[in-house]
Design a binder for this molecule. Structure first.
Ligand SMILES: Cc1cc2nc3c(=O)[nH]c(=O)nc-3n(C[C@H](O)[C@H](O)[C@H](O)COP(=O)(O)OP(=O)(O)OC[C@H]3O[C@@H](n4cnc5c(N)ncnc54)[C@H](O)[C@@H]3O)c2cc1C
Length: 375
């Protein structure tokens, strides 16, 4: 009997988990999933943690998947046909890398008035400093594009503004972005809605801000706008290529060029999720869809067949409006993938009931990572 083919998947975000789940259970395939510390983090929990309404460990899970070898480690290097984990080289038949995007560290200036984060772990460090500002001005600054979940910084600003209003605090929230219009890739109407929502929440949005990402990373205010007087600046840090994939990017941006199956120029190596240069937003469903597409391509290359996959993802983003209400943006691509196919967008207005959907989304995220516990 021949040995099972080995496929290594890197990362337990939506892309890596979708790839893993599509591959497992196939006779003749052994799946190894590489997960730092064996744990994954639910990124949409970031905003609640930042405002001190939740702890980061409420949005973390130990990954335990039946039929999968979960290796609690960080993949260290990828070369053609090889991957290094804890100093040892494995030689799998295929590698599906889903490490997401890395965040610039944001330094603190002398007055300690700048924090940077875009995940629950970073938000927990920043939360006491955010909570300490009870009057004056908080700026939310988007350093550069692309960043994960395009509407989320606007949600953070609205959450902060409504919280200040609830506690009767004389606090102004401003949002600075290099975008000329919010979420421009999805058409003007969605951005108009988001701007109107921000205005209603009392957030002052400044579009087209000239931000200097290097200066921000060093802890300076780092832009050429009139941003004087902020008591705290919250930075959405520049998103960079994972060091693991550094050899696979060109000079244009942080995303790895891939073909329609998410294969890279390195034979046997696929890159999926936020890290891949796909035309879809950096969001859960596009990430999971790309993981499934790549896993299907691997199965085909290894001579196995599997069920067909959906033709296009359907991104679905919660928009935090503060005070326990969420709106929702749902996108489909009925005319095929962008940029040729235009997105069809529906917006659910903010409602307290959506908080149940937000929690249900977290429970689904958890269930996708922990089914070994319940078997
Ligand atoms: C504040 C916020 C709110 C969001 N809200 C929504 C929303 O409402 N809807 C939506 O669709 N999307 C939302 N998103 C975006 C969504 O979370 C991301 O697009 C999605 O998680 C990307 O999936 P991924 O698998 O590509 O990467 P990630 O989720 O970033 O996962 C990558 C994983 O790889 C691991 N990793 C990194 N390097 C290595 C290595 N060397 N070895 C092993 N593992 C490694 C990381 O630890 C991580 O667990 C939100 C994001 C943020 C930050």
């Amino acid at each position: 009997m021949s040995a099972a083919a080995l496929v290594v998947v890197v990362g337990a975000g939506p892309a890596g988990i979708a790839a893993t789940r599509h591959l497992r259970g196939q006779d003749g395939i052994r799946v190894v999933l590489v997960v730092p510390e064996g744990r994954a983090e639910y990124l949409a929990g970031t905003l609640a943690v930042a405002t001190g309404d939740a702890r980061a460990d409420q949005y973390r899970a130990c990954v335990e998947l039946a039929g999968v070898d979960v290796v609690p480690a960080r993949a260290e290097a990828i070369e053609p046909g090889m991957i290094r984990i804890e100093g040892s080289w494995l030689r799998p038949q295929a590698i599906i890398a889903a490490p997401g995007l890395a965040l610039d560290l944001v330094g603190s200036d002398a007055s300690d008035r700048i924090v940077g984060f875009w995940d629950p772990t970073g938000a927990e460090v920043a939360a006491p400093r955010i909570g300490a500002v009870e009057r004056g001005v908080i700026d939310v600054v988007i350093t550069s594009l692309p960043y994960r979940c395009p509407p989320a910084p606007y949600g953070l600003a609205m959450r902060l503004a409504r919280r200040a209003r609830r506690f009767d605090q004389p606090l102004r929230v401003r949002l600075f972005t290099p975008e000329e219009h919010p979420l421009a890739a999805l058409g003007g109407t969605l951005g108009d809605t988001l701007l109107a929502d921000c205005e209603e929440a009392g957030v002052d949005v400044r579009l087209g801000a000239r931000i200097a990402p290097d200066a921000v990373a060093e802890g300076a205010s780092g832009d050429a706008t009139d941003r004087d007087g902020a008591d705290l600046t919250i930075v959405i840090p520049r998103h960079r290529t994972s060091p693991l994939l550094a050899d696979l990017v060109d000079s244009i941006g942080p995303l790895v060029p891939v073909d329609s199956r998410f294969a890279t120029e390195m034979r046997g190596v696929f890159v999926v999720g936020d890290a891949a240069a796909s035309p879809y937003p950096r969001a859960v469903d596009p990430a999971a869809w790309s993981g499934t597409v790549a896993a299907q391509a691997v199965l085909s290359e290894l001579g196995f067949d599997r069920t067909p996959i959906p033709a296009a993802p359907a991104p679905d983003c919660f928009v935090d409006h503060g005070d326990g209400t969420y709106g929702r943006i749902r996108i489909t691509y009925p005319d095929g993938p962008p940029p040729a196919g235009r997105p069809s967008i529906s917006v659910d207005p903010p409602a307290p009931a959506q908080v149940n959907d937000f929690e249900a989304a977290y429970r689904s995220w958890l269930a996708l990572r922990t089914d070994a516990r319940t078997r």
